[in-house]
Design a protein around this ligand. Structure first.
Ligand SMILES: C[S@@+](CC[C@H](N)C(=O)[O-])C[C@H]1O[C@@H](n2cnc3c(N)ncnc32)[C@H](O)[C@@H]1O
Length: 334
């Protein structure tokens, strides 16, 4: 099978999938942390949603993509004072249960939803979309890395012709030349994912926070082994076949592909910046306050915004329906 199908099963198999089992993201016995563990992050995102809804002028629907444990959604809601409906779109039934326990309404897909004024927010969702793996050969040719099972019954890698010309087209569109042995992850699921969002957001904003880079960097010689990695019990691992279903699989998001697919679908680019700059522009410092816990609040803000910490690890990528001004958090509020 393609690595894309293997990754999809490893994450979302109906019983054994990593996300299906609703791991305790953000807790000490969990696989990894996300910014969702910091209340200050929910505060910052709530400022972005508030500013976007003011631009749109009226009640909005907020769709949080891939809400995980529901901690972030509950936190964002606690800071929202604008009129809104809050909905989580979450693939994992286990996570949907956790979200509902936190008072959130969750749906599995966007399929049943009507187009309406909407603000979409997704933290670390694009990096969970399954990826194909390709590798450069001699003479500018490219093969795909498939997943097979060896004689001992262990997963193994198998090379073959690419499963779809769309992979070669992506490389051509992005002017990527893979030298011999250079591995790259390509995500074709971005297109259907954005297409469904485009259908329900009318008008509105789509805001992603994630790790990634433009194609020329992600597919540079510096990343000649690709960016695929896994997380298991708070450790980064570089074996996709280790503890399948117990470890997260992820790859850097190709921002060039996201922007290009969005553009093709008729979504306008609404700006991008680092997470740190975005949160500072949104006024995250107001979260610190003057209460007796101001030191721990200051620490949260520092972790989320400092370039040496998460401030430059994550980027914010925003899209809008045509006619709206650029997204919130690109310039300081005061
Ligand atoms: C890395 S976790 C991030 C969870 C949460 N946003 C956070 O910051 O802690 C990725 C989340 O996206 C969900 N997910 C992955 N693909 C999805 C899709 N196509 N639609 C909705 N949710 C998805 C996963 O089940 C999981 O909840």
């Amino acid at each position: 099978m393609t690595f894309r199908d293997f990754m999809s099963l490893a994450l979302f198999h109906e019983i054994h999938g990593f996300y299906t089992q609703a791991p305790s993201i953000g807790s000490s016995d969990g696989p990894f942390d996300t910014s969702a563990k910091f209340t200050a992050f929910g505060f910052g995102v709530a400022q972005a949603i508030t500013q976007a809804s003011k631009i749109m002028g009226g009640s909005v629907r907020v769709i949080e993509l891939g809400g995980g444990t529901g901690q972030l959604g509950a936190c964002i809601r606690s800071f929202l004072t604008i009129p809104h409906d809050y909905l989580v779109c979450e693939t994992s039934p286990g996570f949907r249960q956790k979200q509902e326990k936190k008072g959130l309404t969750s749906v599995e897909t966007l399929k049943g939803l009507d187009p309406t004024p909407t603000i979409v927010f997704g933290n670390e969702v694009l990096d969970a979309l399954p990826v194909h793996r390709v590798m450069g050969l001699a003479n500018e040719e490219v093969c795909e890395l498939f997943v097979d099972v060896d004689e001992a019954g262990e997963f193994c890698e198998q090379t073959g012709d690419v499963s779809t010309p769309a992979l070669l087209q992506r490389l051509t569109d992005e002017h990527i030349h893979l030298g011999r042995g250079h591995v790259a992850e390509l995500c074709l699921d971005i297109q259907p994912f954005l297409q469904e969002l485009k259908r329900v957001v009318n008008p509105g904003y789509i805001i992603f926070v994630d790790y990634g880079d433009k194609a020329s960097n992600i597919y540079s010689y510096h990343h000649r082994n690709g960016t695929l990695r896994s997380y298991y019990q708070q450790q980064q691992i570089h074996d996709p076949f280790f503890a399948v279903g117990q470890q997260d699989l992820t790859a850097d998001v190709d921002f060039t592909a996201v922007m290009s697919e969005a553009n093709t679908l008729g979504l306008a680019f609404a700006g991008s910046t680092s997470q740190g700059t975005w949160l500072m522009n949104l006024g995250i410092q107001d979260y610190i306050g003057t209460g007796k816990d101001f030191l721990s609040r200051q620490q949260e803000v520092d972790v989320l915004t400092k370039p040496a910490s998460l401030g430059s690890t994550f980027d914010v990528l925003m899209f809008k329906t045509p006619g709206l001004p650029d997204g919130p958090g690109l310039h300081p509020v005061r």
